[in-house]
Design a protein around this ligand. Structure first.
Ligand code: G3P
Length: 228
């Protein structure tokens, strides 16, 4: 399962792009609102940090069909290839998804809460369908099951649409959707950090280091190899 970073914070994007195997960045109006300021400069800076080959997902703000198409074209003109236009799963959103997909644009249909909505997104030609996992789990609904059902439906139909699961609050939710056959997940910096962290990994590494130093002192293998 591919991992994408769900933030517009430049410091976090620089950091995680350097250290973690991420495939790109997703944003939405709320995420952009947290950073404030000049939103076009911010998006342009995000593109320049991640480079032209990584995915950048940007949501439309317009709500009327023709204006959504115009906005989508302008977003991709501005941010270049591998930019995905996020469109909420509404009737007008599906109409715009059909048109943009036919024109060759990558559309991520977002705010998906049911496998039925994901099926419609797929039939409209979306590149990605983005179910909101924690928003479902948080109301005692089955976010993981929704992704699992969607994965089954997509597998049976052979659609090219991929599942890009979003809205995670725990590392376990992320792992569960991976097991359920999800293709990609977008994680906040906090959840991605917790996906890696383990205290036993830390104590294991500390043990390796202590044992080596006890036997060989401060010299490293590199030091020894260079002196050879
Ligand atoms: O990008 C959309 C999604 O990740 C929203 O997450 O945490 O606001 O439910 P959240």
């Amino acid at each position: 399962m591919r991992i994408i970073l769900d933030t517009a914070n430049l410091e976090d994007i620089r950091y995680f792009h350097t250290y973690y195997p991420i495939e790109g960045v997703t944003t939405n109006p709320t995420i952009l609102s947290r950073e404030g300021g000049d939103v076009l400069s911010l998006l342009s800076e995000i593109r320049s940090v991640i480079g032209p080959e990584k995915e950048l997902h940007v949501q439309v703000i317009e709500t009327e069909y023709e204006r959504i198409l115009e906005e989508a074209h302008a977003i991709v003109d501005f941010l270049g290839k591998n930019t995905y236009v996020k469109i909420p799963v509404t009737e007008v959103g599906l109409r715009a998804t059909k048109a943009l997909s036919e024109q060759g644009y990558g559309v991520t249909v977002t705010a998906i809460l049911t496998a039925a909505q994901a099926l419609l997104a797929s039939n409209a030609g979306a590149a990605y369908a983005a179910p909101y996992v924690n928003r479902l789990e948080n109301i005692c609904a089955d976010g993981i099951g929704t992704v699992a059902d969607t994965a089954e439906i997509f597998k049976a139909s052979g659609t090219k649409t991929k599942i890009l699961a979003a809205s995670f609050k725990t590392a376990k939710e992320v792992l569960d959707v991976a097991v359920a056959g999800c293709h990609a997940a977008t994680l906040s910096p906090d959840v991605l950090r917790r996906f890696l962290a383990h205290t036993t990994t830390d104590t294991s590494i500390a043990g390796f280091s202590a044992d080596w130093k006890h036997a060989f002192g401060d010299v490293t293998l590199l030091d020894l190899l260079k002196k050879r």
